[in-house]
Design a protein. Structure first.
Ligand code: FAD
Length: 236
C-alpha cells in the first residue's frame, strides 16, 4: 500500500465454491453483503489495523503513576510487562490484573488521599463560538491519516520528521483556535490526540534500531542491548 500509494489491498476467494465460502465465513459474508460486497464473486478490500500500543504512561505494579492519586491501567499504561511487542491476548489479561492490583492499592490509600482543590471556574467571557467547526474535523482526519502513513508499521527517519513537522503546524493551529473560540469536546480531544501523537513520534525518533513492533528502514538491525525510550518532562 505504501509503495503504490493505494487505499487498500484485495483478498480474492472467488475461486472456491460459493457454498464452501458461505459455510466457512458466514458472519463476514453477511457483514460484507451489507456493504454490497459478495465475497463469493467479489474481491474483498483489506487494510491493516492496529491491535495495540506498546508503551504509555509509566506505572508501578499497582498501576500508580508519578502524579499522586492518579492511576493508569490498560492500553494507556506502560507496565513493563510487554517489552517491544505483545503476545496474543496479554492486553486484556493485563487490564484485569492491573485493575485488581490498583483497586487493592486505592483501598489501602483511600483515607490518606487528599481531596482535589476547588478548580477555578472556566472563564469563556472573552471567546466566541467557532464559526468554522470544519477545521477541527479536518485536522482530526489529517492527524489520523499522517500518523497511519508516516508512523505506522514501517517507519523511516524521513517519515517521522514529516509527521513531526505536521504535528507542529497542527499544534500551532489548535493553540490559536483554543485562544479565540469556546472549547468543545472535539477540540479538547484533538489537542489530546496531538499530544499523544507527538510523544509517539518523539519516542520513535529516539529509537535507532528495529525491535518488536518498531521497524524502521534507517535502522533495520537489532541493538545488542534493549533500551527503553522513556520520555520525561524537561523540568523533572
Ligand atoms: C482489533 C483489535 C483486536 C484486539 N485483539 C485482542 C485480543 O485478541 N486479545 C487481547 O488481549 N487484546 C486484544 N486487543 C487489545 C485490547 O482490546 C485492548 O488492550 C483493551 O481493550 C484495552 O482496554 P482499555 O480499557 O484500556 O481501553 P479501551 O478498551 O480502549 O477503553 C477505553 C474506553 O474509554 C472511552 N473513552 C475514550 N475517551 C473518552 C472520554 N474522553 N470520555 C469518556 N470515555 C472515553 C472509550 O470509548 C472506551 O470505551 C485488541 C485490540 C484491537 C483494536
Amino acid at each position: 500500500m505504501k509503495r503504490l500509494g493505494a487505499d487498500c489491498m484485495y483478498l480474492d476467494i472467488s475461486h472456491k465454491p460459493a457454498d464452501f465460502v458461505k459455510s466457512h465465513f458466514p458472519m463476514i459474508a453477511e457483514k460484507l453483503q451489507g456493504y454490497g460486497i459478495d465475497i463469493t464473486t467479489d474481491m474483498i478490500p483489506i487494510v491493516p489495523a492496529a491491535h495495540y500500543t506498546c508503551g504509555g504512561v509509566a506505572v508501578d505494579k499497582s498501576g500508580k503513576t508519578d502524579i499522586e492519586g492518579l492511576y493508569a491501567i490498560g492500553e494507556v499504561s506502560y507496565t513493563g510487562l510487554h517489552g517491544a511487542n505483545r503476545m496474543a491476548s496479554n492486553s486484556l489479561l493485563e487490564c484485569v490484573v492491573y485493575a485488581w492490583s490498583a483497586s487493592q492499592d486505592i483501598e489501602r490509600q483511600f483515607s490518606a488521599i487528599l481531596q482535589p482543590q476547588q478548580l477555578p471556574f472556566w472563564d469563556d467571557s472573552k471567546v466566541t463560538n467557532s464559526d468554522e467547526e470544519v477545521v477541527i474535523q479536518h485536522n482530526w482526519h489529517e492527524l489520523r491519516l499522517f500518523m497511519w502513513d508516516y508512523v505506522g508499521i514501517v517507519r523511516s527517519t524521513k517519515r517521522l520528521e514529516r509527521a513531526m513537522h505536521r504535528i507542529e503546524l497542527l499544534k500551532h493551529e489548535i493553540d490559536e483556535y483554543y485562544c479565540h473560540f469556546r472549547v468543545s469536546n472535539n477540540l479538547l480531544e484533538l489537542r489530546n490526540l496531538l499530544q499523544v501523537a507527538e510523544l509517539i513520534v518523539r519516542c520513535a525518533m529516539e529509537r535507532k534500531e528495529s525491535r518488536g513492533l518498531h521497524y524502521t528502514l534507517d535502522y533495520p538491525e537489532l541493538d545488542q542491548q534493549a533500551t527503553p525510550t522513556i520520555l520525561v518532562p524537561d523540568n523533572y
